[in-house]
Design a protein around this ligand. Structure first.
Ligand code: ISE
Length: 338
């Protein structure tokens, strides 16, 4: 263990400081104990300099130099997805913990390469940014299922709605960028793999560009025969709404109703506010994710969703993208877990 980790300060390099990388940098610098951002890396030098100045970090433009730097004990990867594979492998080669935003890589087989490379090392170093696992509501729901409070879970109903996305956000992206979270949630809550995916495409919203299916209904079948349905609708024009309901043999439970504060107002209405976007809805989850990651990384490992979860999500999304294209029920192709 390096001098700094033994004195309980994890020195973190953040690679990629667009929206998510800046957000992680700010959280690490203001809310998360036991860590500081020592290096900020981005090809956009101005953006990197500005953020580094705010948090007292130095800028290293080349991400691989940042991973190798002597003042770096662990790495957060928030670069575009196409850069992840090589950056994660460089962290594994150096033997330091890494928190990688989804997707772990761009294809299931390259993600499997990371699973096997980590396996060869013999210890866990890769965590994938499936932050919903750290959301208090999701954690409570899993706890309830695991304690047997719902009896055997039978069905999961999910809604994933964004107020808006750019026109370039097409139907396959709704699977790989949005539904990928429900893939992980279903695996996390039910503790089993998804084996088949079907996608239905109803009449689209007029907000969707020509040829884009929005909303869509996605149906997952799990290995033991349970079903999970996901409504993904990324141009509602309303707000950010993410709900998950689990129906079991002995009752059901739902999260994501945004019922924190319910107000009555002089115009005779009663209601609360819906979060505008995922950073607001999952702000606490992002913070808890980093706290757990820093705690484990100080001990030289990771404990959150790992390389296998990143691989499984990609394998299911591949089937989902296939199902969008063909309209057919599509089997998930997955390697055996090493
Ligand atoms: C975005 O990339 C995310 O990861 C959000 O969590 C998700 O809700 C949103 O739909 C995605 O576009």
């Amino acid at each position: 263990m390096s001098e700094s980790t033994s004195s309980r300060q994890l020195r973190v390099a953040v690679l990629g400081v667009g929206m998510m990388g800046s957000f992680h940098t700010q959280l690490l610098s203001s809310r998360v104990r036991g860590a500081r951002v020592s290096v900020v890396s981005d090809l956009a030098a101005d953006r990197a300099e500005q953020l580094a100045g705010q948090v007292g970090a130095r800028v290293v433009l080349d991400p691989f130099e940042a991973i190798a730097a002597s003042d770096v004990d662990a790495v957060v990867i928030a670069t575009p997805g196409g850069a992840h594979e090589k950056q994660v492998l460089a962290c594994l080669e150096r033997g330091i913990p890494v928190l990688c935003e989804k997707p772990l890589t761009m294809e299931a087989d390259t993600a499997y390469g990371i699973v096997t490379a980590e396996r060869k090392l013999g210890r866990r170093l890769v965590q994938v940014g499936f932050m919903r696992r750290f959301d208090p509501e999701y954690a409570q729901l899993r706890e309830l299922i695991a304690s047997g409070g719902l009896g055997e879970p039978l069905l999961v109903h999910c809604a994933h709605r964004n107020p808006e996305v750019p026109d370039s956000f097409n139907s396959p992206m709704a699977i790989t960028d949005s539904v990928v979270h429900e893939v992980d949630v279903v695996r996390f809550l039910l503790d089993e793999e998804i084996v088949a995916v079907t996608v239905l495409k109803p009449t689209p919203t007029p907000r969707a560009p020509a040829g884009v299916s929005d909303p869509m209904l996605v149906l997952f079948e799990t290995a033991s025969g349970r079903l999970a349905d996901v409504e993904v609708f990324v141009r509602t024009g309303v707000a950010y709404e993410v709900r998950t309901e689990v129906v079991g043999e002995q009752g059901s439970a739902i999260i994501g109703l945004d019922t924190g504060l319910v107000r009555s107002t002089p115009d005779g209405r009663r209601g609360g506010a819906i979060t505008p976007g995922f950073v607001e809805r999952f702000g606490l989850a992002y913070q808890h994710q980093l706290e757990a990651w820093v705690d484990a990384a100080l001990g030289g490992t990771v404990t959150g969703p790992g390389a296998w979860d990143g691989y499984a999500a990609l394998a299911v999304c591949d089937a989902g993208v296939g199902a969008v294209a063909t309209g057919a029920r599509t089997l998930v192709k997955m390697e055996a877990r090493p």
